[in-house]
Design a protein around this ligand. Structure first.
Ligand code: CMP
Length: 148
């Protein structure tokens, strides 16, 4: 059954011109991109997106980093999208990321870790709604996805 996850390509990976390389890894791993945009997160947006981490010591730096330049936000479709994309991303800290993962190839450290991916189906739905209204989500034949 089709399922969905939300990814962001983070500012350092965008600055380093790795958008194309990362999207190629995503497509080659069997994900379909059903929505995508490039934007600079506002302070309020970054704080809200990462609100779950607001008590963590790295929250301020995380918000500063995530607002430091443009990001790509995209919706990925696949069976088991959340778990399969977490495998493709690799460990949060690139020092622990397996060979062949996005973070092994393109992350520089735990903060500049190239990509974000949702950690559950419920969070995927919330994160997709955070970036994309229903009229920006497309099916394989180019029609709008009506529901998740
Ligand atoms: P992400 O998957 O986007 O979810 C939360 C982010 O917080 C994570 O990737 C990292 O970029 C960042 N993060 C997690 N742990 C740390 C840490 N110990 N120090 C700095 N940043 C962290």
């Amino acid at each position: 059954m089709k399922s969905y996850t939300l990814t962001m390509i983070k500012p350092q990976a965008v600055k380093n011109q790795n958008i194309g390389n990362i999207l190629a890894m995503i497509n080659e791993s069997g994900f379909r991109i059903t929505a995508m945009k490039m934007l600079v997160l506002s302070n309020e947006q970054a704080k809200a997106f990462y609100a779950v981490h607001k008590e963590r010591p790295f929250y301020g730096e995380l918000v500063e980093f995530m607002t430091s330049g443009p990001i790509i936000a995209a919706v990925l479709e696949k069976e088991n999208a959340v778990l399969d994309y977490r495998k493709l991303m690799g460990a949060t800290n690139p020092a622990d990321a397996a060979e062949g993962t996005i973070r092994k190839n393109y992350a520089t450290d735990i903060q500049s870790n190239a990509v974000h991916g949702s950690d559950s189906d419920e969070n995927a739905k919330n994160e997709i709604n955070f970036f994309f209204p229903a009229n920006e989500l497309y099916t394989k034949c180019g029609k709008l996805v009506s529901e998740f």
